[in-house]
Design a protein around this ligand. Structure first.
Ligand code: 6PG
Length: 480
């Protein structure tokens, strides 16, 4: 038998992807470094469809039809490099190597260049949706050549999630474009999660609500414009009771958020591109702060000054404040997406990709972790050209923020007065206020830079660079 697609690396993500492929009529070649994993997949799920298991990479390559197409699902970094090398040695010009891991897009650019020089295609493909998505329909973000997309496109379309009748996959752009967009997806995922966490904290410590009450609230919010996978699972997490202690599970979990690096890359990349992704950055920093175990323990011991976090509101005021939080969450979410898309735009310019932002928003509507109803209106805004300058300037979102604005300010102000940390809410609001300010204090910073370093400044009334002969501190002014 001859396979039209192969999967290398059969851990959870790889084997689920292989099963998804087989269930959709593909004949799937299988290879894993340790054969017992391959055997396990065959014995447990061999009936899902047509599989061709191999013990060696050479056997695996020989079982593929030309152009041979293989998806690598191994750990990002050195493990990926090793498998690429083995595959490239065994394959022939015209064949396609796909990396479905969370690889750093600069690695993908480098690998694509190397592999292309050997006459093969190399596709970095973002895969989102976790293990469940890999099995039942992920959102897929492939980069690489147009030519590789001709072979790969139909295969990926056969397994992608479907949103509004369309498969959640599109050719993002050349070389590392797919992994770049997946990276920003993860950054946005971080900010969505942080905003939800801040909302929870305000209700928990500010309003004194129980996890179950808050979970019920998220369930209600999921019926509004906030409808999304992350809101849905938040409600599930908050309803979960710990079997061992009978306590809400959330109270038994150590309050230190882990991360594997994609959020950090999103921020590092944004910094080097000069794009302010404040929402995502605060989300990454917040995870960082949560992990500062020693400092937090010491601060707790010393007892740093701050107000009591309980807001002591009447039932009616409480209801109103919960609505304020919901509005603040929505407004901050819009800001985070605007910033994420700005980064995609800047990346496209820097690396020479033609990325269709509307198409990106469309393939994020299903399958991926940030899937949300809201992405329908985001894609419409890009489609119509109304978000060309910024998502925040598209009429739909401009109006949405207008409606949320007062609530947003109340939440940030109250949180600050009650000593509740809301870094993502607050920085998103400041970003918004910065964006709408006709004049920013950056003029003063330019003056400072010119004074201490003769860095020059522009004038509002004339083109060119100017320098003032500043008086040295403590000395009389020297005339020009
Ligand atoms: C996805 C996710 C996934 C990511 C996890 C964990 O789109 O399916 O983004 O790719 O690895 O969410 O990320 P952290 O460990 O960094 O939180």
């Amino acid at each position: 038998a001859i396979a039209n697609i192969g999967v290398v690396g059969l851990a959870a993500m790889g084997s689920n992807l292989a099963r998804n492929l087989a269930r959709h009529g593909n004949t799937v070649a299988l290879y894993n470094r340790h054969y017992d994993r391959t055997e396990k997949l065959m014995s447990e799920h061999g009936n899902d469809g047509k599989f061709i298991p191999s013990k060696t990479i050479q056997e695996f390559v020989a079982s593929l039809a030309k152009p041979r197409t293989a998806i690598i699902m191994v750990k990002a970094g050195a493990a990926t490099d090793a498998v690429i090398e083995e595959l490239a040695d065994a394959m022939e010009p015209g064949d396609i190597i796909v990396d479905g891991g969370n690889s750093y897009f600069m690695d993908t650019i480098r690998r694509e260049k190397d592999i292309r020089a050997r006459g093969l295609h190399y596709v970095g493909c973002g895969v989102s949706g976790g293990e469940e998505g890999a099995l039942n329909g992920p959102s897929l973000m492939p980069g690489g050549t147009e030519e590789s997309w001709k072979t790969l496109g139909p295969i990926l379309k056969s397994i992608a999630a479907v949103a509004e009748g369309e498969p959640c996959v599109t050719h993002i752009g050349e070389n590392g474009a797919g992994h770049f967009v997946k990276m920003v997806h993860n950054g946005i995922e971080y900010s969505d999660m942080q905003l939800i966490a801040e909302s929870y904290d305000l209700m928990r410590r500010g309003l004194g609500m129980s996890p179950v009450e808050i979970g019920d609230m998220f369930e209600e919010w999921n019926k509004t414009e906030l409808n999304s996978y992350l809101i849905e699972i938040t409600s599930e997490v908050l309803h979960q009771v710990d079997k061992k202690t009978g306590k809400p599970l959330v109270d038994v979990i150590v309050d230190q958020a882990g991360m594997k690096g994609t959020g950090t890359w999103t921020v590092q990349t944004a910094l080097s591109l000069g794009v302010p992704v404040t929402g995502i950055a605060e989300a990454v920093f917040s995870r960082g702060l949560s992990g500062q175990e020693a400092q937090r323990a010491e601060a707790d011991k010393v007892g740093l000054a701050g107000p009591d976090t309980a807001m002591n509101l009447s039932a009616e005021e409480r209801k109103a404040f919960i609505e304020d939080i919901r509005h603040a969450l929505y407004a901050s979410k819009i800001v985070a997406y605007a910033q994420g898309f700005d980064e995609i735009n800047a990346g496209a310019k820097e690396y020479g990709w033609k990325i269709d932002q509307a198409a990106v928003a469309r393939i994020w509507r299903g399958g991926c972790i940030i899937r949300a109803q809201f992405l329908n209106v985001v894609s419409d805004a890009f489609e119509s050209g109304q978000a060309d300058v910024s998502l925040l300037l598209a009429p739909y979102f401009k109006e949405a923020i207008e409606q949320a604005e007062e609530s947003w300010r109340r939440v940030v102000a109250q949180a600050s007065l009650k000593g509740l940390p809301v870094p993502a809410f607050a920085s998103s609001l400041s970003y918004y206020d910065g964006l709408r300010s006709k004049r920013l204090p950056a003029a003063l910073i330019q003056g400072q830079r010119d004074l201490f370093g003769a860095h020059t400044y522009g004038r509002v009334d004339a083109p060119g660079a100017f320098h003032t002969l500043w008086a040295e501190p403590g000395r009389p002014e020297i005339e020009a």
